[in-house]
Structures are given as C-alpha cells and as structure tokens.
Ligand binder design. Sequence first.
Ligand code: ZN
Length: 373
Amino acid sequence: MIDAFVAGTVLLPDGAVAPGVILVDDGTIVAAGPQAAVVIPTGARLRDFGDTILGPGMIDIHVHGGAGHDFMSADAAGIAAVTRHLARHGVTGFLATTVSAPWGATRSAVERLSRAGLRLHLEGPFLSPARRGVHPVEDLLPPTLERLDQLWQASSGRVALITVAPELAGAPEFIAAASARGVAVSMGHSDADWRAAAAGYAAGARSVTHTFNAMPPLDHRAPGLLGFALSQRELFAEIIADGIHVAPEMVDLFLRAKGRDRAVLVSDGISATSCGDGRFCLGSIEVEVAHGACRAGGRLAGSVLTLDQAVRNVMRFAHWPLEDALRLASANPARLLRNSTKGRLTPSGDADCVVLTSEGDIVAAFIAGRQVD
Ligand SMILES: [Zn+2]
C-alpha cells in the first residue's frame, strides 16, 4: 500500500515546494516533489496535512535520555518511553549517548543499548580531566586502540559517534582507527590548542561536541579548539541552542561562522527532560533541575532542551527561516554520520518525517512512514 503525504509546503533537499507530496511505500520514500509533478497512484492512501509544513524528521546525535529515563540504566520499556518522548518533539532518529562511567558499566551499557537496536554516541571516557564538566574524573581514560576494539565489539558495530579530546596521548591514532571503521569522531571535553585540534582533524575527526561548552573560551591570541571549530569550513559543530549553555547572541555568531551546512543542533537532553524541576540522574551523577537549567556541583550537566525547541530558538536567536533551522537538526547530523537514507525527504530515503506549523511546533511525527503517537 502506497501512502501519499500531502502538505501545503514540503521541505525537499533543494528547497520548499508548495503544495507538495511524498509517496511512501513500505517505509521508504518512492517519490517527492510539487503536487503538480507527482502522480498519486490510484488506491494510494491519502494523508492530507492541509496548510502545514512537511519536513524531514530530526536526528539528535547527543541525547542522554528523557521522560524520566537515562540511557545508562534504561530497560527496554525505558528506551521505548524515551523514543516516544523524542518523537513527540519531532525526533525520528537519535544516538543514545553515554556518559563517563566505570569501564565495566560503560561496556554493559553499550551492550544493552546495542541489543535494543540503538546506535550510540560515546561521550566519554576519553575526555580531558581539565574539561570534564560533570564527567567523574576517576572514570576518564586515555584513548587506546584496545579500548576502541572492546567497545566496538560490545556494541556489535553500533557505535556511530565518539567524543574524544584530541590532545590526549594516543588520540590521533585512536581517531584514525575509529574513522577507518566508519565511526564519526567529534572533538570535545577538551583543552586542546590549535595544533592539537588540527592534528585531531587531520587524523579524521569530523565534528566538535557542544561547541563553547567544556573547552577553553575564545582567545584571540590562542584560538584553541573553539577557534578551530569556528574557522574550519568543513568541520561539523554541535551546539546546545537553549540560551543557557550558550547565550542567544553567541548562537547567532556561531551560526554565521558555521553556516547552514555544518552547524548541528543537539539537545544534550537528560532524563529530566519533560519532567519539570527536581532531582534526576545522569549516569551516576545526581543532577538538580531548576528553572530549566541542569546542574551538578554548580556545573551545567546536560539540558532539558528538546530539539524542536532548539529549532524554534534558532528562528528566534538568529532570525533564520524554519526551513534552514530544521536543516541543522536533520540533514546536517545525517551528513555528519554519512547516513544517506535519513535527514532528507528524497526518493529511496527512509520516510522519517515531521509535520510542523510555520512557527516550528510539531503536529505529527512519522518513523518509516508510521505515525508515532
Ligand atoms: Zn558533554
């Protein structure tokens, strides 16, 4: 059975068409274009979204949990609850993100999440003690090929992204080996100077983790990892656009530097997301949430941002149109991960899509053509 999704505006990779249609067969897009150019087969099930906007589903490559569940401990029901919570916010794909923990706990979390069919972002333990944020210092480890291999085996090859501080001993070799397996490496939680950042990039690093956070601030005589992130045209860079981790004016400045092809919105969302204020867990770390800010021992510890709110914030902070803001949460993370079937509404791509209002509010989300309630 073919589904025809029709909407007032459809956001395609080359621009918006109005009105537009995508045809979906068995979870895959088989045609996409202006309504006048796409023939809807007789017998197709018509899903008409009226005057709304149909766009690619969002992909959160840095999320630790949500709706009361933390990926470091979530069981199958918890994982399903987080998946539903994310979809309600327009996120149709994500990387379950770990936090530094004792080595055995990291390995078992990686095994459990992989068995549940998730793909992973390992945030730690290969981080700089000087820029660890709330990651427990005693759990940090130097990056070695042996440890990479152990985590790769534990995940059955489902590690998609690893955050590494490029200045650590052995980091360039680690980055090269991870890249050779198709894992994207992101530089972060790092005290790296320009030279160490450049060495990490030369070894294969493709992105920077929550730019501005957990790295030295910008110094005009010592540009460091942050200066490197802002100035390297090809390097992707994550940003937590909640207005708390980075001031709205600096989000605007960041977007001017990285542009519409390399900036990547992430939530860094923790279990507390959509749970209100209170005490929550991020791995073994106890986090206090008050007025939308997550702190542990006075330091920021993840966020309660949702990715749809990040998109709306970009529209507000930088006066970007919805179409461009959404791209930072869909096409860009997919391209960072070299995933050609997600992040864009295009024939032979997965039918992961969202229906939005012109203000960026989520009306509905579909994963492989099926609506998530
Ligand atoms: Zn972090």
